[in-house]
Design a protein around this ligand. Structure first.
Ligand code: HEM
Length: 282
């Protein structure tokens, strides 16, 4: 009986502390959501500028300052892209991760965790950046609408659903059309990220692109396909969907090469590989 009583008291004490923890948490996260700008620490441009590197990286975005030091290794690009904006007003970079393409609502939601204050000018007044007040040439006026934010090329949730979270391993897949194998791609997946992306075959209308030499008329198209593999390196597998807009992945899309570059064939080959399943376990 006594044992039962002890167990019962322990259970009640546990539930009470759990309840307290949950309520404190709810309260504090509620407070954070509602935090008005003037309750946040005022941070000047000079103070911001002291945190301009990988050891401490603060960024001002839409009037608020974020300490994103810990997030840098997790950001889905090379570190340089993140580091370039440390210690400064970074709204322009935030709203244009690619020209005219803002970060996703999911990324917006992540910022809160890194909030450290609000940006003020020398008089202590809220600092208004040009990027935040004047729409830049490259940013479409519509980028704030749900329609623009949920463009299929940017919708990370849609991408994950389409790919069905594949296993890690080595993959091979092809794109064939008109009786001809055009793309045969091989890559490794580790923690959902691509590596060692390479073409085992790349051809169109009987031309073997991998055998082309500098100076050949079609050589630039092969270079662009190589850029695709380089730029997918280390990226989450969902990044392949950006290839529906190849200008987001490769340099110098001019009239000629834009017409011949087929990012969507590479997407097809990669999705074929994922459908086939793991080819080997490297
Ligand atoms: C201001 C400087 C920044 C620049 C220039 C930048 C640039 C980029 C680029 C180039 C991509 C990948 C390409 C793409 O999705 O089209 C990307 C994706 C992403 N970035 Fe950033 N980034 C910046 C800051 C941040 C910060 C501070 C966070 C979060 C704390 C963040 C979170 C993300 C996330 C979650 C993605 C995945 C795609 C998305 O959700 O939009 N980025 N960023």
């Amino acid at each position: 009986m006594t044992l039962n009583k002890i167990a019962y008291s322990a259970f009640i004490a546990f539930m009470a502390s759990l309840f307290t923890m949950v309520s404190v948490n709810a309260l504090s996260s509620g407070e954070r959501d509602e935090a008005a700008d003037d309750e946040l620490d005022a941070i000047t441009l000079d103070e911001l500028a002291e945190h301009d590197g990988a050891e401490s990286c603060w960024k001002a975005i839409h009037g608020r300052v974020y300490d994103v030091t810990d997030y840098i290794p997790d950001h889905p690009t090379d570190e340089e892209i993140m580091l370039e904006w440390c210690g400064r007003e970074a709204t322009e970079g935030w709203d244009n991760k690619r020209p005219g393409v803002p970060h996703s609502p999911r990324a917006d939601g992540m910022l809160e965790e890194y909030l450290v204050g609000r940006l003020v000018d020398e008089e202590g007044e809220p600092f208004e950046s040009e990027a935040a007040t004047e729409p830049s040439d490259t940013v479409s006026q519509d980028t704030d609408t749900d329609e623009a934010r949920l463009s299929p090329v940017d919708d990370e949730r849609l991408h994950r659903a389409l790919l069905g979270l594949p296993l890690d391993g080595r993959y091979r897949g092809v794109f064939s059309d008109g009786g001809e194998m055009q793309v045969n791609v091989q890559f490794d997946l580790r923690d959902g990220r691509l590596s060692n992306v390479s073409y085992r075959h790349l051809a169109y209308r009987g031309v073997d692109y991998l055998a082309l030499e500098e100076g050949d008329e079609l050589y630039p198209v092969m270079v662009q396909h190589q850029q695709i593999t380089e730029r997918l390196e280390g990226e989450p597998v969902t990044r392949v969907f950006a290839l529906y807009e190849p200008e987001r992945m490769v340099d110098d899309i001019d009239g000629y090469s834009g017409a011949t570059l087929r990012g969507n064939k590479v997407i097809s080959a990669i999705r074929d590989a994922l459908n086939r399943g793991v080819y080997s376990w490297p």
